[in-house]
Design a protein around this ligand. Structure first.
Ligand SMILES: NC(=O)c1ccc[n+]([C@@H]2O[C@H](COP(=O)([O-])OP(=O)(O)OC[C@H]3O[C@@H](n4cnc5c(N)ncnc54)[C@H](OP(=O)(O)O)[C@@H]3O)[C@@H](O)[C@H]2O)c1
Length: 263
């Protein structure tokens, strides 16, 4: 029920990585549920277009926030952006996949994968969960991935950030749950986003639509520490983690990622 969702997670949500793909779909899903949304990313034009469309359609305020999540002063900036607002829901969606052979990726860009994928979710959760816990209500969704189930050649650093988000969310689910804050890791599989389509040329498996992933995550929030959207994704996660050794799982994933990404 939209009313109950707004009471539990409103009136404002912050979506980090909101200008396209899954982040855009989160903004759409939350505005449709009646939340005002701070839509944060680096590119202003898509955020403004999304804000105009959804404000007119749902009568909520969608506010574009142009911000780099790798900024050294991200904490102070987020405090300033949210100072006057009651933010009841955080979605950390942004990631930097940084695909390619580990030894060919510049060190700075690998560290940026950590900044966007690990530092930013810890920082945003730390800043925004405190007022949520004081109010005794709120929610945090961290985007993990099936890629975080085991190591993957050509995606090693990115996959590690996805494992980080899974484990971070599980710990916070238990700890912040005692204070009324629901936390969820969304372990998505392949999803039809611009980022995925630009890099998945030879991928042949099942692909979900962003809106279906978002609906699953928003429905599962408050029901447990994690979700794997889609039956095929659930089965493949189960098979990889129950029937294979970690060594075998990493080798199988490596074969797949080499096929997709090797030039
Ligand atoms: N697509 C899939 O198949 C798939 C599968 C499993 C999990 N996931 C996870 O789902 C999430 C979204 O994936 P996606 O494919 O939609 O897109 P993505 O390429 O991972 O993220 C794109 C969004 O993040 C923003 N972003 C990237 N770097 C940023 C930065 N430094 N500061 C601020 N914003 C930044 C981008 O906006 P700007 O460029 O405008 O900044 C864009 O809005 C990710 O966490 C990903 O790991 C995706």
């Amino acid at each position: 029920m939209p009313g109950a969702f707004v009471e539990r997670y409103g009136p404002w949500a912050l979506v980090a990585g909101a200008s396209e793909g899954l982040g855009e779909a989160f903004v759409r899903g939350l505005a449709a549920r009646g939340l005002h949304v701070l839509a944060l990313a680096r590119r202003e034009a898509p955020l403004v277009a999304l804000a105009n469309e959804l404000s007119a359609k749902h009568g909520v305020e969608v506010r574009p926030v142009v911000q780099d999540l790798a900024a050294p002063d991200l904490g102070q900036r987020v405090e300033a952006i949210t100072a006057e607002l009651e933010v009841g829901l955080l979605v950390h969606n942004a990631a930097f996949a940084n695909i390619g052979r580990f030894l060919e990726r510049p060190l700075e860009s690998l560290l940026m994968t950590l900044d966007v994928g690990c530092r930013a979710p810890v920082l945003l959760s730390r800043v925004l969960a405190e007022p949520m816990a004081s109010r005794g209500r709120g929610g945090i969704v961290l985007m993990s991935s099936l890629a975080g189930t085991q190591g993957s050649a050509y995606l090693a650093t990115y996959a590690a950030t996805k494992a980080f988000n899974l484990v971070l969310a599980e710990g916070l689910w238990d700890e912040l749950g005692e204070r009324g804050v629901d936390v969820l890791a969304c372990r998505a599989g392949a999803t039809r986003t611009p980022g995925f389509e630009a890099t998945s040329g030879r991928y042949q498996g099942a692909v979900m639509e962003p809106s279906a992933v978002v609906e699953d995550a928003l429905t599962k929030l408050g029901r447990g520490p994690g979700t794997i959207p889609g039956v095929k994704n659930k089965l493949s996660a189960f098979a990889l983690s129950h029937f294979l050794s970690r060594r075998a799982a990493a080798r199988i994933m490596g074969k797949t990622t080499r096929k997709i990404y090797e030039d």
